[in-house]
Design a protein around this ligand. Structure first.
Ligand SMILES: NC(=O)c1ccc[n+]([C@@H]2O[C@H](COP(=O)([O-])OP(=O)(O)OC[C@H]3O[C@@H](n4cnc5c(N)ncnc54)[C@H](O)[C@@H]3O)[C@@H](O)[C@H]2O)c1
Ligand SMILES: [Zn+2]
Length: 698
């Protein structure tokens, strides 16, 4: 079973628990302030955003219950928790945004806006909420003259010197215009990778995540290297001739001057007439989240019409005409409990993080990629560290960095493997991604014997010795090559003798009609064992339907959560060349329709299989001990062929226990619980079609 499952968003301001005592409340505010200080300075992080937001939500809930406790400068009413500041005054306050977490809350916000306006808003825009640092950039006669951080919202810090590092914020506009643009300075995934290379190359420690890397880089002074930054504008002030322009039109105008905007980003900025359209646009953005190449933590919905904005106005902290729809946090911290070294099918050797389970982006994550060994060594991530785990959309989760302050004493640096952990052979380190020098051949013997195994394609006579010879000779590197073998070559090569060679070729050819479930098992798709292979095969029926399935479709299969679905999709893509070869060699790769499934309910006269209940649902059956002529897997297959669901443990919910030779505690347990027992030979007869359904159901 996967350890991943869908969970609700971590932050829920409306349902936060108020603090019982004033001292606890004050302590939470102190924690918030010290975390905010580190956060806005880009000087590392004290906690992850979800923890911060949860603290803030509890403070807000407390103030709601105990208005008398609330201080004037509470972090719930100030920008940046009131800690940041600077000496560049802003032309108008740079505020924060209020948050919603789901479509209902968004609709409620639109309702409040409508009441303020006395009519529905005249259209909305939906843009990405970039996870970086807000700045105001002033252009004078087309030249970039000043860039300031948001600070406390009234005044910010001067960061003009570092503006030259920021792509999207040109030193000179296409026309000599005097204007102020506001937007987010951030690091794309590529910027972040480059920044870490540069920083560690200069003897520094790696950045924990893209956001703090951006904040730190923007405010840095006298750095020996120039890390890249990016910018997207999301507001414009004092645009000459811009009075009365809709937000969408104003953004087009500054894009025309050469400034990068959220509208021009891969996320785009759709214009929506209704909240229904807004919800759809937010969903689409959420689905695209992992593919954008930069972090977003939500969508920002704004009234497009300046007349609506003027009328709605601002609170002390945020505009009333805009709202942030937060996505589940895609970066959380967790403890790194191990680093495993995996060797892939093509010989690729990669480090994989084993994590204390943590909710990220709406699912529980237990492992994540550490990319490559250079990266791992450069970042100096160690077992025992508190690490940042990032999961965007359906992308495989990754470790972006470690919280160095939280490193336990005695944590030791990771040492990369000296030799291929699978075959002991040499490692090719000429590229970032290390490989076993034997490439595909490294895992070939293992994967071929898995393919030929009795529970997979059941190719009798293809034992380990023959496989070793075939691989050594270079005749076979993947399972599809088996189908090209002819008896003559085989006989010569292996001194099998003419008869055995002919027989083996015939067995190999006969295996082409094996059902899809066995092909899947044989291919060794990660995170799918035999029973999951059967479930997938029954659900999709054919290899082509399975390959066409997206991550969402895969999650329709019982027991397939988001992480497993992503892995299966990635594995099928990885196996595509082999699967194509198997198709070309005429493998059937379809699952026979085994179980007629009458709709639940008294479907009179519907065909019923021996191990189906009266309503057509499968009986839960445990096979224990050996059934003559069947392996354990074949026993379970047989249960499913007869309409039942196989299970490994006996409980009160078990309908039937098949007891064979050597059965132990499970048989005893069945007796104890009064679960119906069937001897293995009777089961074998049932399978052979000699025992009528009524015998079981009656
Ligand atoms: N981990 C920590 O220790 C820590 C500390 C402090 C704050 N935080 C995090 O910071 C956030 C609160 O900070 P905040 O006050 O900056 O609010 P916010 O990030 O929730 O929202 C406001 C900001 O969104 C940004 N933004 C991005 N895209 C935008 C767009 N398209 N249009 C308009 N604005 C856009 C602007 O910079 C704006 O100032 C919380 O999510 C919190 O978790 C974390
Ligand atoms: Zn190897």
């Amino acid at each position: 079973m996967s350890t991943m499952h869908e969970v609700a968003p971590v932050v829920d301001a409306a349902h936060a628990e108020p603090y019982a005592g004033r001292e606890e409340y004050a302590d939470a505010i102190r924690q918030i302030r010290s975390a905010a200080e580190a956060y806005y300075a880009g000087a590392g992080l004290v906690m992850d955003d979800a923890t911060y937001d949860a603290l803030l939500a509890r403070v807000a809930a407390t103030e709601h219950d105990q208005p008398a406790w609330a201080a004037d400068d509470s972090p719930t009413t100030t920008v940046a928790a009131g800690i940041a500041g600077g000496d560049v005054p802003h032309s108008t306050p740079m505020l924060s945004l209020d948050n919603v977490f789901d479509a209902d809350e968004l609709t409620a916000w639109a309702g409040r806006l409508e009441r303020l306006l006395g009519r529905p808003a005249n259209g909305y825009t939906v843009e990405p909420k970039i996870d970086g640092m807000a700045v105001a950039a002033r252009y004078t006669d087309g030249r970039l003259t000043q860039v300031a951080t948001r600070g406390d919202g009234r005044a910010g810090e001067d960061v003009t010197v570092n503006a030259r590092l920021v792509a999207g914020l040109p030193a000179e506009l296409h026309r000599p215009v005097t204007v102020e643009v506001r937007g987010e300075v951030f690091m794309t995934d590529a910027d972040f990778a480059r920044a870490n290379e540069l920083r560690t190359g200069h003897g520094g420690t790696a950045f924990a995540n893209p956001r703090s890397a951006a904040a730190g880089t923007l405010r840095a002074q006298d750095r020996a290297y120039d890390a890249p930054l990016s910018f997207f504008a999301y507001a414009v002030h004092d645009l000459p001739g811009g009075e009365g322009l809709f937000h969408s039109a104003a953004m087009d105008a500054i894009a025309g001057l050469g400034v990068a905007t959220t509208a021009g980003s891969p996320a785009g900025m759709p214009r929506c007439a209704t909240i229904g359209e807004v919800v759809a646009a937010i969903d689409a953005l959420g689905s695209a989240r992992g593919t954008l190449g930069f972090d977003i933590d939500g969508a920002v919905v704004k009234a497009d019409d300046p007349a609506d904005r003027d009328r709605a106005g601002f609170s002390s902290r945020a505009p009333r005409w805009a709202i942030a729809h937060k996505f589940p946090a895609d970066t959380r911290t967790s403890t790194l409990i191990g680093i495993e070294v995996q060797v892939g099918r093509t010989g690729l050797i990669t480090p994989v993080a084993v994590l204390e389970p943590v909710q990220v982006g709406g699912v529980v994550v237990t492992s994540a990629t550490l990319h490559n060994f250079d990266d791992l060594v450069r970042r100096d991530v160690r077992v025992g560290d508190t690490v940042f785990v990032r999961r965007a959309g359906d992308v495989i989760p990754e470790i972006t960095g470690a919280l160095l302050d939280a490193r336990p004493a005695g944590a030791v640096p990771f040492s990369p493997p000296e030799a291929c952990p699978r075959c002991g052979g040499e490692i090719d380190r000429s590229q970032k991604r290390w490989r076993c020098v034997r490439g595909r051949a490294c895992g070939a013997e293992e994967s071929l014997s898995y393919f030929a195994a009795r529970d997979s394609m059941d190719i009798e006579g293809l034992g380990d010795k023959v496989i070793a010879g075939l691989v050594r000779s270079g005749m076979v590197t993947d399972p599809a090559d088996l189908y090209d073998l002819d008896a003559e070559a085989l006989a010569r090569l292996e001194r099998l003798g003419r008869t055995s060679a002919t027989k083996l070729v015939a067995t190999i050819q006969a295996s082409r009609s094996q059902p899809l479930s066995r092909v899947l098992t044989g291919l060794g798709v990660r995170m799918t064992g035999r029973s999951m292979s059967r479930r997938l095969a029954r659900h999709f029926g054919t290899m082509s339907a399975l390959r066409a399935a997206g991550v969402e479709d895969l999650q329709q299969v019982d027991g397939v959560g988001p992480e497993r679905a992503a892995t299966i999709a990635a594995e099928l893509a990885d196996l595509a060349p082999v699967i194509d070869k198997l198709i070309a060699r005429g493998l059937a790769m379809s699952e026979p329709e085994l179980t007629p499934r009458p709709a639940p309910g008294p479907a009179a006269g519907a065909p019923r299989l021996p191990l189906q209940r009266e309503d057509g649902s499968p009986m839960t059956v445990v096979v224990t001990g050996s059934v003559p002529g069947l392996t354990r897997n074949e026993g379970n297959e047989a249960v499913e062929r007869l309409g039942g669901r196989s299970s490994g443990s006996v409980s009160t919910r078990t309908d039937l226990v098949v007891v064979g030779d050597g059965a132990g505690s499970k048989a005893a347990k069945a007796e104890e619980l009064g679960v119906r027992i069937m001897p293995a030979d009777e089961f074998a007869r049932l399978l052979a079609g000699t025992s009528p359904a009524a015998d079981v159901n009656g």
